[in-house]
Design a protein around this ligand. Sequence first.
Ligand SMILES: [Zn+2]
Ligand SMILES: [Zn+2]
Length: 411
Amino acid sequence: MALLEAIPERLIVAFVAILITYLQTTANFYILGPALGGWTSFRAQKILLPMNIFLASLYVNYYLACTTDPGHTPEGWEPPFSVLNPDEDAVIRVGITGPRFCRKCDAYKPPRAHHCKHCGKCVLRMDHHCPWIGNCVGFGNYSHFVRFVYSVIGCCTYGCYLLLWRLQRILDAWNNPWVIVKPGTSEVVMIVIDILLVGIVLLAVGVLALYHSYCLFKGQTTIEGWERTKTKRLINRRKIDPVEFPFDVGFYKNICSVLGDNPLLWVWPSPPKGDGLKYAVKQNTDPLIPYSWPPRDLKDLGPSFIERIEQEQTSEGPKLVRRDSEGYLVREITMEDRMRMLNGETNDMEFDNSREPLEQEAHEQFLQQQQQEVDPEDYYYDSASVSDGFTEDEEEEEEDHINHDEWVDEE
Ligand SMILES: [Zn+2]
Ligand SMILES: [Zn+2]
């Protein structure tokens, strides 16, 4: 893995392209074509057609997987107002830790997006960063990646079958005393090299194809597979309330969400539907859950989490405290704030003027309520400071996990 990381990704992609081209050229023009009566003969074309259809699909989808942007968080994207400012009932009901926030990008993370340390950005519906395509696999290119993987399996399986058939014919000819002109050893060497290379590719990509079939059927990404395991563990240990993975909308719809609505066109390289910022969810899923998935053990968030947030505040900035019952980070109201509230100065507490008028109005109503019933124990939500709830360790763990995915990809 470390060795692979040291190699520039362009070189790895060039190696893959050369390997594919070497295998298809030797198989088509030096081994199978001549053995079937010449590459242009009807017999050769008929027998080689399935392999070459898979081969064309492999080239096209490899090119698309490498060059298509997986999608990144649009500038200034924010979750809907209702998610940034949930009512308390919803928070208690769902038990969430707030919308996810990327500290490295200093921006909210859309549902299913993750930060990729290789790309230096948050990637929409991130699956993993794949050095073999020199690109992140995410919302924009996941379907191309999956089609590429299946094309490799189809092409290599059929090609390997034909190569073994040819090898058997040569061995038969060598052992048959009636055959006067024996096939040359150079062809056998070429066949053996091709079979070995194809075998290695089949083994590695076969594991990947099986895993991504499972992900496709379950409507999850590689990262979400890991998150689901972790969530199950938290539920089993009774650290969080039982919660279902929201993006699994059923076997058929899960496949359609990646490969398109028309099954006849699943093999056709087409862009994904949607914008990568919103996803279909299971029925009766609380609207807050997609924005805060995966759930976290609230006890794991502090006190290091609180300390970190406090350190990030400037000396003049507001101090954040955790509201234990909900796990939310809220701003502590100082005596100065309370005096300002009593004096009717409500505009500079936590909102800046750049907010939407509707949002501002709702917030002013909220502050008016606060003025009417100022309680020393009262806190209020500071939506802008609600984080994704990652502790430093967990953030590292997430990165470790992404590394692991890359490892899986390379197997
Ligand atoms: Zn990011
Ligand atoms: Zn990446």
